[in-house]
Design a protein around this ligand. Structure first.
Ligand code: 13P
Ligand code: SF4
Length: 362
């Protein structure tokens, strides 16, 4: 039963003490997050990874790319565990090393590799955190950087100081929304379709480009629509609409604000009692925020429940299983089940790209 699982998790944690730290993303189920030592957005979780160098094991309740990042940033003696290895991210899977490398070679043919008079290289690759370690490694190796939804503008500024243009992958929406907010015209943001030569663009489109967008998207956030916002405003005059920047541009433009999962929570906490919020992000977070803030009215913009199906694959049973594994018993020595280890050949470059992000400041 749920109570028995919660008890198993509590007693394993009690035995392990400081030897284990449990990190949880805001989208996780409540039955998992109640056991987390630290809850955050993907940037905060990357930072939290380095905050407990004494812990032998980091149990990451999130998705695969987040656990890979934890492995890259954690100490050499620490193990990172993803309670269910099937917890991936469909957006991260939309860009792979082969097709990004092919794109890069076509861009090198078009733009060359020489810096301009002010020392800016032709293209800086920027990968959203929601990507494989191999793509973070690609960025590290080619003068690029990682961003999350909470620092995308800072990172693009970093990139434009060093490059004439940016190749942004995998999320077209975060790239477009961020660049648009920085004043880049839409006409200078061609999209790259890896199945077509030059990504389906003309030479001229690419020559004028400032941000070349990969064609990826989040299947949860692309469900939000302008019609939903119109309906929420009609039904709740004065409603504050906040959406995640992975939503399509029209939705972000129609909303009052957009920001990372942490931004959304903080905006709600800071609002005067009696506020009404329509939120465009994953349902577990919206429901938890609604339960935590009975002084406000908070609802999800999408009337049909939209969990992130892969985040949802981690439930309390998996957490109990990996913690029991770390404890061991009479017949089984302690072991790190479902360990995530980034291949040595990409780890060094990937760490460079992550460290550039952690060092980039507004
Ligand atoms: P945050 O960085 O805002 O937590 O977003 C992570 C994510 O996967 C959103 O879909
Ligand atoms: Fe990936 Fe979207 Fe799920 Fe975030 S919400 S982990 S981007 S599928």
């Amino acid at each position: 039963s749920a109570d028995e699982l919660a008890e198993r998790i509590r007693s394993a944690k009690a035995v392990l003490g400081e030897r284990v730290v449990i990190l949880g993303h805001f989208y996780q189920r409540e039955e998992v997050l109640r056991h987390a030592d630290f809850i955050g957005d993907s940037f905060q979780l990357a930072q939290a990874t380095t905050s407990r160098p004494d812990a032998e094991a980091i149990v990451f309740c999130g998705v695969h790319f987040m656990a890979e990042t934890a492995d890259l940033l954690s100490g050499a003696d620490q193990v990172v565990i993803l309670p269910n290895l099937a917890a991936g991210c469909s957006m991260a899977d939309m860009a792979d090393l082969d097709s990004v490398t092919e794109c890069w070679e076509q861009l090198e043919d078009l733009y060359g590799t020489e810096p301009d008079a002010s020392g800016r290289v032709p293209v800086i690759p920027v990968t959203y955190m929601n990507s494989s370690a191999a793509l973070k490694g690609f960025c590290g190796e080619h003068g690029g950087i990682v961003c999350t939804s909470s620092n995308a503008q800072t990172v693009l500024e970093w990139a434009f100081e060093r490059g004439q243009r940016v190749l942004f992958f995998p999320d077209q929406h975060l790239g477009r929304n961020t660049a648009k907010a920085m004043g880049v015209p839409l006409a200078q943001m061609p999209m790259w379709n890896p199945r077509r030569p030059l990504g389906g663009n003309s030479d001229e489109q690419l020559t004028d480009a400032r941000v070349i967008l990969w064609h990826g998207f989040c299947s949860v956030h692309r469900r939000f629509t302008v019609d939903q916002i119109t309906a929420a405003r009609a039904e709740h005059p004065g409603v504050r609409v906040i959406v995640h920047p992975e939503c399509p541009m029209e939705v972000v433009d129609a909303a009052d604000e957009n920001g990372s999962t942490d931004y959304i929570g903080k905006a709600i906490s800071a609002a005067p009692a009696g506020s009404t919020f329509a939120i465009g992000t994953e349902i577990n977070l919206v429901q938890r925020l609604a339960a935590a803030h009975p002084e406000h009215t908070i609802f999800c913009l999408d009337p049909v429940v939209c969990p992130c199906s892969t985040m949802y694959r981690i439930h309390a049973g998996y957490l109990a299983w990996v913690l029991d594994g770390l404890v061991g018993d009479d017949e089984n020595p302690p072991e790190a089940l479902n360990r995530i280890v980034v291949a040595a050949d990409v780890a060094d470059h990937a760490r460079v790209a992550l460290e550039r992000m952690l060092a980039a400041r507004p």
